[in-house]
Design a protein around this ligand. Structure first.
Ligand code: SF4
Length: 340
């Protein structure tokens, strides 16, 4: 089924009990007004509907804040703003991001009468020491409990995780993905930690107390996490923050890249290629190897500025690589052939 059009309504930092050490939603969303009124919401909805194309489903997503942490009257007001579009059938579902500790019987009751299809939990890590260090103010137990409650209520759950939080390790991040994937959310978002202006993390970075991951480290760990989630049937719906441009003035440091998700998928193809080549070409004779993929995947296989081909050549110097495309192949398929 094609993915729905999700119209984002940003509510930066609204409902947040405090500012988490790494977070500056105003920088990420580029919006400073916290709660949009009905006219603003209607304008955003109409604007995005132009991009609906052939998609049959449209959802409204409240992002950038802590939705269920909002005052009840604000939740009701936002939902009331969406109501005309729900009544007319223009929008069929609502999703929002919220902190795990705000998911309670009481808060879910507030949204019970609306077609909520996905609650995205900002889990970030399942390591309590890491959560404590970045002032999250909740623990992994809150995430376990929230996931259980959403399941009990029959509500779809998504998780958001961060790569490179202070005090975390590659093994720890893999463990976070393992635990969360085991809870069977519908979706996951993987965000590398960037040092954003006006955050506690920026101060730590300035004083040498935090060192962000290098881009290649963040890509490798995100690839590990992506594999874990997808292996369990969890759809990874985003990798990388929108504000990842190399020259983004709000980003002080960190593994930002405008096409971070593409880099991760490209790295996964590189790993797949290495494995397959090791299986067929171990006699060290100089020869040509054809890497066959669907045409849509060719640039991903090639890598950013041919980086995958260069790395393959470095690992297998006796082989000469060429890419062949075949529209009959699946988009996740990679074949390795040695022409005679
Ligand atoms: S990470 Fe989430 S809860 Fe923390 S300040 Fe940002 S929006 Fe609020």
């Amino acid at each position: 089924m094609p993915s729905p059009l999700v119209i984002p309504i940003f509510i930066p930092h609204s409902g947040c009990p405090h500012q988490c050490a790494f977070c500056n939603q105003n920088a990420i969303t580029r919006e400073t007004e916290s709660l949009p009124d009905s006219a603003r919401m209607a304008a955003v909805i109409r604007q995005y509907l132009k991009y609906k194309g052939t998609r049959s489903r449209v959802e409204l997503g409240f992002f950038g804040g802590n939705f269920l942490g909002l005052d009840a009257r604000h939740i009701k007001r936002l939902m009331a703003n969406a109501q005309p579009f729900l009544d007319s059938g223009v929008i069929q579902g609502i999703r929002f991001s919220t902190r795990p500790d705000t998911v309670t019987e009481k808060t879910l009751d507030l949204v019970r009468s609306y077609p909520v299809c996905l609650v995205e939990l900002g889990a970030q890590s399942m390591n309590d020491q890491v959560l404590d260090r970045v002032n999250r103010g909740h623990t992994s137990d809150d995430t376990f409990r929230a996931m259980g409650l959403l399941e009990k209520k029959g509500l779809g759950a998504g998780v958001q995780v961060m790569v490179g939080l202070p005090g975390d390790t590659r093994a720890g991040m893999v463990r976070t993905a393992d635990i969360l994937a085991g809870l069977k959310p519908q979706t996951a978002r993987i965000y590398p930690v960037l040092v954003l202006k006006k955050t506690l993390l920026a101060q730590w970075y300035k004083h040498g107390k935090y060192q962000p991951l290098a881009l290649d480290q963040a890509v490798e760990i995100s690839a590990d996490m992506f594999r874990i989630f997808t292996r369990e049937g969890v759809a990874v719906i985003r990798m990388g923050l929108q504000t990842s441009g190399a020259h983004d003035p709000t980003v002080i440091a960190g593994p930002g890249h405008p096409a971070f998700g593409h880099l991760v998928l490209s790295h996964l193809l590189y790993r797949q290629a290495v494995k397959k080549i090791q299986g067929i070409a171990d006699d060290r004779t100089q020869r040509k190897v054809r890497l066959c993929v669907h045409p849509r995947v060719a640039s991903r296989l090639r890598g950013d500025k041919n980086s995958n081909l260069r790395r393959l050549k470095a690992v297998f110097p006796h082989l000469d690589f060429e890419i062949q495309t075949d529209p009959a192949m699946g988009s996740d398929q990679l074949d390795v052939k040695c022409p005679a």
